[in-house]
Ligand binder design. Sequence first.
Ligand code: OXD
Ligand code: MN
Length: 590
Amino acid sequence: MMKTQNQATTPNKFITDWVSDMTALCQPDRIHWCDGSESEKQSLTAEAVQSGILIPLNPHKLPGCYYHRSNPNDVARVEQCTYICTETPEDAGPTNNWAAPAEMYAKLYDLARGSMKGRTMYVVPYLMGPPGSPLCKVGVELTDSIYVVLSMRIMTRMGDIAWKQLGESNAFNRGLHCTLDLNPDRRYIAHFPHDNAIISLGSNYGGNVLLGKKCLALRIGSFLGRKQGWMAEHMLILGVESPTGEKTYVAAAFPSACGKTNFAMLVPPEHFNGWKVWTVGDDIAWMKPGPDGRLYAINPEAGYFGVVPGTNYESNPNAMAAMSRDTIYTNVALTPDGDVWWEGKDGPPPAECLDWRGNKWTPDSKEKAAHPNSRFAAPMINNPMLAPEVNNPDGVPISAIIFGGRRADTMPLVYQAFNWIHGVYIGATMGSEMTAAAAGVQGQVRRDPMAMLPFCGYNMGDYFRHWIQIRKALKYPPRVFNVNWFRRDKEGKFLWPGYGENMRVLKWIVDRCRGGADANETPLGWVPGAHSFDLEGMENFDTARLEAAQTINYEDWRREIIMQDELFFKLYSDLPKELIFQRELLVARL
Ligand code: OXD
Ligand code: MN
């Protein structure tokens, strides 16, 4: 029997009925309706600290920052536990795990039954997108994790603002999250696209439980986007401002932990005096053709849930600034003076600290101090280069879409697709080495179409078709490009320095969109011409390395096409014919 609850903060009957059904199911001792206020944040934080879920960090070094350690078995997304519960398996397609909705509801409700006894159920209303935007969506997450509540408060526009947008409507995402006992055998991240509902059980890892992010903004979002004529993509959005104040917006899809946050927060090198890169978003783009025939994008999120290791003042000063206050760190290392540390941070490692598991660590230790997928959750307003347009309900017009993966070989640094459909083919055949963001074999190349393999909420073949169809609504389709920052030489060293120097690639892309850069035709697409790729100020860079990074190796490409075929065979009956033709054209050109 429920003991206490604060007053429901909305009169919306659909909400109160659902919350009361879920209360009857989960049987929490208390209900807390979140309002999103500062005082609520303070009291929940104090409670989390008291119960040991959060550890306050040194307020002089990291004001408003907290430290969290997860269960060591719960550190990444788990694709094998992620389900798309559509009516038929064909609707989910061969790249998703499928289960019949009725069976999945029954199984998960059985696991959830009584699971919040002795605990508090938090009702977390949130918005994905700027209020008033035609693309903005309301979600409500019921969770028994205070860590989730405080993280959702950073990652979304959380609280009464969502009730205001929802009014009396039933159009909201129903999300239920029960921590259970974190036994991986009882871990499920299940999506019910036809009901706009999500159930996540047995995990407390961000990507599995901050339901606005991967679950709503990508899996359910992509399903809704196809029905409603828009796109939900695993893409960063940035704005490039020229010295004369012209802004060009670009969206880029890279798989998890392949540098989206770094690229979204790029700081141009000294030589690019007067150029600025503004961040609109670092992970997700919702895009819709606008009345003027351009593709407009919003960032549905309000914070960054970024990979920490490797981040420093050189690789990403804006991320360092963003996580300097009001941030929750998860699974990094903790120093004796209440600071945090990770592999790749500026300066020498601490003489001693506690690693992400809480064990003593010294520089001689064999294990890593921070988990490779340790994360920061920081509010986007902390980013010194946050684009003011991030709150524009109409979004920003996208001039270029960039695809890219982590590839040691085969893929050139940059090339441009001949046209939209060729660009769709390039995105559809993207491959990348696997990273620590998902449980699995790291380093192995797998196909990750549009970086959406783990996030597409329906049949991937239909998803490609949707991409092809969207072209019809666009008078000015974005130009499409492919990049690879990760190509290596024979010694295993990166051929291109990356990070801020990627501005040179970005500048070529922007110039191409504005019609001002030359290019040469190759079998893969257009590559930078001799005069249009700016290497000035890179005195120590051997230009032969750029040539090597751009080389098309025909043996590698033979293998690449055979590897791409594996995905095409898997999707064969659903694959749009246009992509098969594109494959034939590429083979002929090669
Ligand atoms: C993420 C991911 O956390 O893609 O953004 O895994
Ligand atoms: Mn991501």
